[in-house]
Design a protein around this ligand. Sequence first.
Ligand code: PLP
Length: 461
Amino acid sequence: MHYISTRGAAPVLTFGEAMMTGLARDGGLYVPQSVPVMVKAEIAALAGQSYEEIAFRVMRPFLGDTFGDDEFRGLIAAAYAGFGHAARAPLVQMGPNHFLLELFHGPTLAFKDFAMQLIGQMMQAALAKTGERITIVGATSGDTGSAAMEAFRGLANVDLFILYPHGRVSDVQRRQMTTPSESNVHALAMDGDFDDCQARVKDMFNDFAFRDGVRLAGVNSINWARVLAQVVYYFSSAVSLGAPHRAVSFTVPTGNFGDIFAGYIARQMGLPIEKLVIATNQNDILDRALKSGAYTTDGVKPSISPSMDIQVSSNFERALFDAYGRDGAAVAQLMAELKAGGFAISQGALQMLRSTFASGRCAEDETINTIRHSFATTGEVLCPHSAVGVKVAEENLGPTPMITLATAHPAKFPDAVEQAMGQRPALPLRMADLFDRPERVTRVANDLAALQSIVRERTGR
Ligand SMILES: *Cc1c(COP(=O)(O)O)cnc(C)c1O
């Protein structure tokens, strides 16, 4: 199994190499050279299996010889052992033909735990074989950083630094990043906003002497290994509702297009998915693009579903690669045009995208109303991101069962929930002491040299 870049001009890599590389050297994203297909009988045989067993069977064909079978089973078991629900990704019913896939039972209460926990285990296992040590630096607006802290804390061959904008993440998100006590993980509160944090991380990657010196690696959402881990819950939920004998549709609250792209891979593998519905908040570049064919950027408007506040969805490049017949040069050209403000999607590509994806947008007041209405009619308390999904799903209901992905626990975004319901949601019991644990964080200036010296000093390189 080999991986190629969406821009067609980077080395072909194995799974293990693609995981460690992240962004391809030509600026593209790695995708499988061909997607393995599961035949109907193989999909049917997933019914009734544990989440871990389904994870093994769905992901194994993508791995080549990076891990042995028993080794990979062990990594999966370790990744999901810390989840607060035996089903890992349980389904609850919202209406006659509408289901909610709860992806917030992981250690940091957001779906990012599914991929981050597994990539932590896989990176550690791969590094342990060579004795290498790497340094991971990432920027976060909240959920990614906390998921990475939980996933990498205590791992022997990794040092992790997370930059978050000082004063601009929720109390729960901050505490999830500052309370892990292991000495290999470091929370850095930087003066500035999320874009500043991201810019400094990019600067570190572009300083090749520094990058090679500390063995820098990334785990942002374009990493193929993260996408792959997210394919699994499309299978586990669809099979629970009768796949492969019955088709299902999914609605996915979307930001960087990583989560919904995993659904696209599941569909290519043979899972009968009728429609994948993109749900956006007021940052609706994807909804506009699918409806009009014009992919044009517009400044970010901060919303009450902040994990979906994006200007450009980086993983959309992977869907464009297929829509343009896997022509890397054509994708490179589009991305160059995007830097100048946008591009028009060709008729052929648009037709291909519309045959798989539908889309909808949810305004701020609709998000609040959906939280209130869902609680009144089902008792389910939604986080604002999941509410965006439920609202858009309701506009797309039909004879095919609809599964909406619930991407975070409501207690992670208590202000929006309180605004809707007049009451703050409680943290799950297993983390009720989050506000009593000691915090450990370093306040840093928005200054590359200062950041680099902290990383060098703490890693001893
Ligand atoms: C990251 C995130 C999203 C968006 O997921 P993408 O893969 O970037 O599309 C949605 N909801 C929550 C709670 C998130 O943390």
